[in-house]
Design a protein around this ligand. Structure first.
Ligand code: TRP
Ligand code: ZN
Length: 474
C-alpha cells in the first residue's frame, strides 16, 4: 500500500535505458532492480523500491530462555515496476532460505539490505509471494541518538520480549519494507513456552497449547506501518471489554508492575477507555478495531526505560505511566497510525498533534486550559536552544527533540486561537478523515488549513514551523 517513493523514477529509468539492467524475460519486458530505499530524506535506505506490500504473515517462535527468535515471514506484495531483483530490510539475524512464488530464490546481504533475485522476473503490476526463513537473537538498538538516546527496538525482558521500533527498528525482528509509506495488514502466529503468553496488535484469533508450547495468533487487518507492529511475550494479566463508546479493548499488564501499583490493570483499562472515547469526540471516529494498552516491566541492562510508543490499536508502555502519556499515545492512533507520515521529516504531524491532544486532555480533566498549557510551553526563554529546531524539518538525530512535540502542540493551539474553534476542529476532523489509513505531508496540512479557514496562513506556518526562532507575532 505504498503511496510515495522512487519506484516511479526507477520505472522511467527503465524506459529511457531499456538495455541498462536486463534480467531474464522476453524482449521488450525490461526489468530493473528494485531500489534499496524509498528516498526518505532522513533514512535513505529505509524501505525499498519497486513493490508494495499487501500482507505480512509472520510465524514466529520465541524462547525467552535463549533469546532466540525463529521466523518464517510470508510477504504478499505487488510489483510497481518489472523487477529482476528487489530488496527487503533486515538487520542482523540469519537468513536460511528465501522463496519467491514457491521457487527458491538466491539472495545476498549488504548491511541491512536483503537482496533477492527471483527465478523469474516479476512483472509490473503482478502480485507475488515471498517467504523468508530466518532466525537468531534480535539485537536491541543501543547508542543511537535518534530516540532520545534510549535503547529501542526489540528488548529482551526477564520473562520474554517487548518491542517498540519507531522509526527504523522493525527490521531487527522481521524482514520487510521498513518505511511508513508502505502500510500492510499483518498476521502474527507466535509460539512460546507453555505458561508464557503473547500480546500483539489487533485481535486475538486463536490460542492453543500442545506439547509444552502455546501458540497465539493475532491479526491486524487495518493498514499498519512496520514500526507500529509489536509482539510481546511474557507473563501477562489481561483485561478485555468494550469502552462505553463501543470500541473493543484489550489491556495486558506484566504482573511484576502490580507489586508497586496493585490497581495498574484497572488504571490502564479505564484510562485508555476514557481517552479513546474522549479523543473520538474531538478528532472523529476511532480509526481501528481495538484499543488498549500493553504495559511491561522493561529495562535495559538493569536501567529503567522511558518507553511509551503508539503501537497500532494498543500502545506499549515500559512501566505504569501517567494518564497524559496514555492520552498522548492514543491520540497517535489518529495522528501517526491512521494518518501516517509520508516520510520521516514530517514527524511533527505525529508528535505535535499527540502533544496538542495532551492540552485537550488536561483541559477535559479540568487540570488546566489548553491556553495555560500553551503558555507554559511558550514560557521558554527566546535564547533557549529549544527554539532553534525547525519543527517541519527537525533533522534525523533531533526528530524526537522536545520542540517537535511542544512547539508542534503550540502551533496547533496558536492556529486554534487565530481561526477559532469551529474551523480548527473541522480541520482536525477533516485531516483524520481524508487521510484515514493513509500518509500525509505538512504541505497538505497547510493547504487543508487554508481551505477550511478560507485564510492565507503562509506567514503563520512560516513563523511556527519553519523559522528557528521563538515566534513573537503571528
Ligand atoms: N513516538 C513515541 C512517542 O509517543 C516516541 C518514540 C519514538 C519511541 N521511538 C520510540 C518510544 C521507540 C519507544 C520506542 O512520543
Ligand atoms: Zn508521541
Amino acid at each position: 500500500m505504498r503511496n510515495r517513493g522512487i519506484a516511479a523514477a526507477a520505472a522511467v529509468f527503465a524506459i529511457a535505458l531499456p538495455g541498462a539492467a536486463q534480467a531474464q524475460g522476453p524482449p521488450g519486458q525490461s526489468s530493473t532492480p528494485g531500489a534499496a530505499g524509498v528516498g526518505d530524506p532522513y533514512f535513505p535506505i529505509e524501505g525499498n523500491g519497486g513493490y508494495d506490500v499487501r500482507t505480512y504473515d509472520l510465524t514466529l517462535g520465541y524462547d525467552p530462555a535463549s533469546d532466540q527468535l525463529d521466523g518464517l515471514a510470508r510477504i504478499k506484495a505487488r510489483a510497481t515496476q518489472t523487477l529482476g531483483s528487489f530488496h527487503l530490510d533486515l538487520q542482523g539475524l540469519e537468513v536460511h532460505s528465501v522463496t519467491v512464488n514457491d521457487n527458491p530464490a538466491p539472495f545476498t546481504r549488504d548491511g541491512q539490505e536483503l537482496i533477492v533475485t527471483p527465478h523469474n522476473r516479476l512483472r509490473d503490476g503482478s502480485t507475488f509471494n515471498v517467504a523468508v526463513d530466518y532466525g537468531g537473537s534480535p539485537q536491541t538498538i543501543v547508542g543511537s541518538p535518534i530516540v532520545f538516546g534510549s535503547p529501542y527496538g526489540f528488548l529482551h525482558t526477564e520473562d520474554g520480549n517487548f518491542i517498540g521500533a519507531e522509526p527504523n527498528a522493525a527490521s531487527t525482528w522481521f524482514p520487510g519494507n521498513d518505511h511508513p509509506s508502505d502500510k500492510a495488514s499483518y498476521v502474527f502466529r507466535v509460539t512460546v513456552p507453555e505458561g508464557r503468553s503473547v500480546i500483539a496488535n489487533g485481535r486475538l484469533v486463536s490460542q492453543e497449547t500442545a506439547g509444552g508450547k502455546s501458540t497465539f495468533t493475532w491479526e491486524e487487518l487495518d493498514p499498519m506501518a512496520t514500526y507500529l507492529a509489536t509482539v510481546d511475550t511474557g507473563n501477562w494479566v489481561f483485561k478485555n471489554g468494550t469502552t462505553p463508546g463501543g470500541v473493543p479493548e484489550t489491556v495486558a499488564v506484566d504482573p511484576v508492575l502490580l507489586d508497586g501499583q496493585p490497581n495498574a490493570v484497572d488504571f490502564f483499562y479505564d484510562t485508555s477507555a476514557q481517552a479513546t472515547d474522549y479523543l473520538a469526540t474531538q478528532f472523529g471516529p476511532y480509526p481501528f478495531m481495538s484499543t488498549g494498552a500493553i504495559a511491561d516491566n522493561a529495562t535495559y541492562q538493569g536501567r529503567a526505560l522511558g518507553f511509551s510508543l503508539e503501537t497500532q490499536t494498543r500502545p506499549v508502555y515500559s512501566a505504569v505511566r501517567s494518564s497524559t502519556t496514555i492520552a498522548h499515545e492514543l491520540a497517535h492512533q489518529w495522528f501517526g497510525d491512521s494518518v501516517s507520515v509520508a516520510d520521516w521529516h514530517n514527524i511533527w504531524l505525529n508528535e505535535g498533534f499527540a502533544s496538542f491532544a495532551e492540552y485537550l486532555w488536561l483541559a477535559h480533566l479540568g487540570t488546566r486550559t489548553a491556553q495555560q498549557s500553551f503558555d507554559a510551553d511558550y514560557a521558554r526563554p527566546a535564547t533557549s536552544s529549544f527554539w532553534r529546531i525547525v519543527v517541519a524539518d527537525p533533522q534525523r538525530d533531533t526528530m524526537f527533540a522536545s520542540a517537535v512535540y511542544r512547539r508542534g502542540a503550540m502551533t496547533l493551539q496558536a492556529l486554534r486561537t487565530k481561526i477559532g474553534d469551529g474551523p480548527f476542529f473541522e480541520i482536525l476532523r477533516t485531516w483524520a478523515a481524508e487521510h484515514r489509513h493513509g500518509n500525509a505531508t505538512t504541505e497538505q496540512f497547510i493547504a487543508l488549513s487554508e481551505r477550511v479557514s478560507g485564510r492565507d496562513l503562509g506567514q503563520f506556518f512560516q513563523t511556527w514551523l519553519y523559522t528557528p526562532q521563538k515566534p513573537t507575532s503571528w
